[in-house]
Unconditional design. Structure first.
Length: 326
């Protein structure tokens, strides 16, 4: 995979990849690994934020926490898709939202915090939305790729030595992943800015700096939380994305999912319950590349019975929601 961009270059892609490896690494450490100054890294970071949609934020890993995750597919009246997507984007329990199929569908991921929140959305609000014509719900059962595994790793722009030099040392603690009630101020600050400094986190939580460091390290080590990177893929030459609704034989579910995780275009893949049993997101340069992927690497996988592709017309929310200009 190669990046083609009129705005950013190979160093920008290296910086994005470095942030996926360790989003809280200092500019000095990233600069040392990439062979440039910390001022250069800081300048490139600010430009990526301003022009490439870069955001670094904390994400709660619902799978590690044992929480429900759903992908919903709403068929709606075409002129209502944007309004419905914007309304959903404001909800804290939606993780990503796209308008697909020429503007006739809204597809989104949701992580309800409780069964009550889930029922309120699935059984309450959405069925009563008058311009929603059909709802299909898919519960995520197992993640093959995505989450803490960043898509940019597939560009292979950093060497193994550079990745090892950046990767934070993680020592997993005893017990399952969990988030305690008194972690909420810390997570709220990191969900606004995943690179918030320890003094900033100290002020946000009222804890000592050493206590903040220990607790954040424990949360990251347990997998309850990870620091993720959001950016506009079109700025690095990949403007075309599509949702893939894949049906496999039951026996091939694992082998197909694991194969998808190795394919360069796949940014996310998961086994799901619903009308199909694998959902995946493909990110490519154009429709011709999507055709080549569907008819080639994906089409050759043994056990694949049916594939439906829904190209995204617009991505309304990735990790954060930027209100559209009026």
């Amino acid at each position: 995979m190669e990046m083609e961009s009129d705005i950013f270059d190979g160093l920008d892609l290296q910086l994005l990849d470095a942030l996926e490896v360790n989003a809280r690494a200092s500019f000095a450490r990233i600069g040392e690994v990439l062979g440039v100054s910390d001022q250069t890294v800081a300048r490139r970071y600010r430009r990526l934020c301003a022009e490439g949609g870069l955001r670094v934020v904390a994400v709660r890993d619902a799978e590690r926490l044992g929480q429900d995750q759903w992908t919903l597919r709403l068929r709606c009246v075409p002129d209502s898709a944007q309004a419905i997507a914007d309304a959903l984007a404001k909800r804290p329990d939606t993780s990503w939202i796209g308008i697909a199929s020429g503007g006739t569908e809204v597809v989104f991921g949701t992580r309800p915090r409780s069964p009550g929140d889930r029922d309120d959305l699935l059984l309450g609000k959405l069925p009563r939305t008058p311009r929603v014509l059909e709802i299909r719900a898919h519960q995520m059962l197992h993640r093959f790729y995505g989450g803490p595994s960043g898509w940019l790793r597939k560009f292979r722009v950093l060497t193994h030595e550079q990745v090892a030099a950046l990767r934070p040392e993680v020592v997993a603690g005893p017990g399952p992943a969990r988030i305690a009630p008194d972690d909420e101020p810390l997570l709220a600050a990191l969900e606004r800015d995943g690179r918030a400094t320890y003094p900033e986190l100290q002020r946000a939580t009222g804890r000592s700096e050493s206590a903040v460091k220990r607790r954040l390290a424990a949360l990251l080590a347990s997998g309850a939380v990870y620091i993720d990177v959001e950016y506009l893929s079109e700025t690095i030459g990949y403007p075309f994305a599509a949702m893939l609704w894949i049906t496999t034989t039951p026996a091939a579910l694992t082998s197909v999912g694991e194969a998808l995780a190795t394919h360069d275009p796949i940014a996310h893949a998961a086994a799901t319950a619903g009308s199909c049993n694998i959902l995946a997101t493909a990110v490519v340069r154009n429709s011709a590349d999507l055709y080549a992927y569907l008819s080639g690497p994906l089409g050759r996988l043994e056990g694949v019975q049916h594939v439906e592709a829904s190209p995204f017309l617009r991505r309304v929310k990735q990790l954060t929601y930027r209100r559209p200009a009026r």
